[in-house]
Design a binder for this molecule. Sequence first.
Ligand code: ATP
Ligand code: MG
Length: 429
Amino acid sequence: MELRAVKGMNDILPDEAVRWQRLEAAFREHVRLHGYDEVRTPILESTALFQRQIGETTDVVEKEMYSFERHGDALTVRPEGTAGAARAYVEHKVHAKEPVSRWYYLGPMFRGERPAKGRYRQFYQAGCEVYGDPGPLADAEMIEMVASLLARLGIPEVEVRVNSLGASGTRERYRNALLGHFTPMRDKLSEDSQRRLEKNPLRILDSKDPRDREAAATAPSILELLDETDSAHFEGVKKHLDALGVRYVVDPTLVRGLDYYTRTLFELRTTTGDLGSQNTLVGGGRYDNMIEGLGGPKVPAIGFAMGIERLLVMMGGDEKRESPFCYVAPLSEELASRALVLGRDLRRLGVRVEVDGRGGKLKAMLRRADALGAKLCVILGEGEIERGVVAVKDLAKHEQEEIALADAAKVLAERAAKLSEGGDARGAR
Ligand code: ATP
Ligand code: MG
């Protein structure tokens, strides 16, 4: 039997990982400027955590989770990052140590969905959570942070959508309004939506089924049901976004796939069409009841998550893996140890080096150095070593010279440094 990666789960080979690293570095740097610090929580959590926080009638909990039992515990491989981070926040009583916490995370999530471009069973999310800040300033600041990150990554044609779900009272009223709207057209809804109609009619607004989309198009707007304080909160978010120059669309049908949201919801979508219906790049919102629901105090919270694979599709770029600066070629087995020592000394000085371990003729080793994109090939031959020198071949200029073995590492490291000042030491394969 041929063993292959699990369906919907991807290998990221080094050529591709270069772009991942650029995205991740840009994300970390961008959120660092906004005061966020990293949190790392386990990939496995109690199944009950997701059932309760995400909601029993959501797609994620109903059909997408990888859940199993081991040693008598019901466990789930995390489908998202917010619930685990909130659990950690409560478990470690972070609220008692600092009034406002800004956390970010980055890592794999797992959902048993039907794979498509931009939709996988293991996928990566980067996300942020703010605890202890009721907004609306925090909400607008977070939305601007995400929008400017996507701009920084060069992602074109991004649309920001915002909505407000109000607090829980509004949701109850809206549920009834939706029931009134959808019940007469029940037969026209998808099977999933017919089943969920009484339990959670909000889900229908989030469905991708064309039958549900049509029925949802004429649904009442939640914004008309907001009470005064929720309305004022939402107005505040929009006012700050206007001040920041963030363009957005108010979308009253935006409810998002997880049950824990309250008040502000937002999504950033790409409108280029490259990702088909996987066009949501970032989803987020406020979840002011979760911390209390997990047994903590009443601490408001807001967060977002973005799908790394989808951002990478939009990001473009053709970075290459880094080449070694030096390729060290020992011309005989007796010189292998010397080659290793020179390699080690160069690395101590911060130079990327590969030492040829395969041996053979000089010509073959030069070809290998060239194929790797090395700038220099350092040749260790018997005759040269006896004279206390090494030959250094510049592979681009096709020039060769000799330098003293004793200070070869220092001389070569200086050259690498000089090149990197010119911004060119990181040659590409
Ligand atoms: P969608 O509507 O596309 O299914 P979602 O509402 O389920 O997305 P969230 O749970 O809010 O998505 O996750 C936030 C982001 O994570 C999404 O906007 C998307 O970029 C990414 N994402 C979600 N599920 C997947 C997946 N199966 N494969 C790749 N990326 C995903
Ligand atoms: Mg989904």
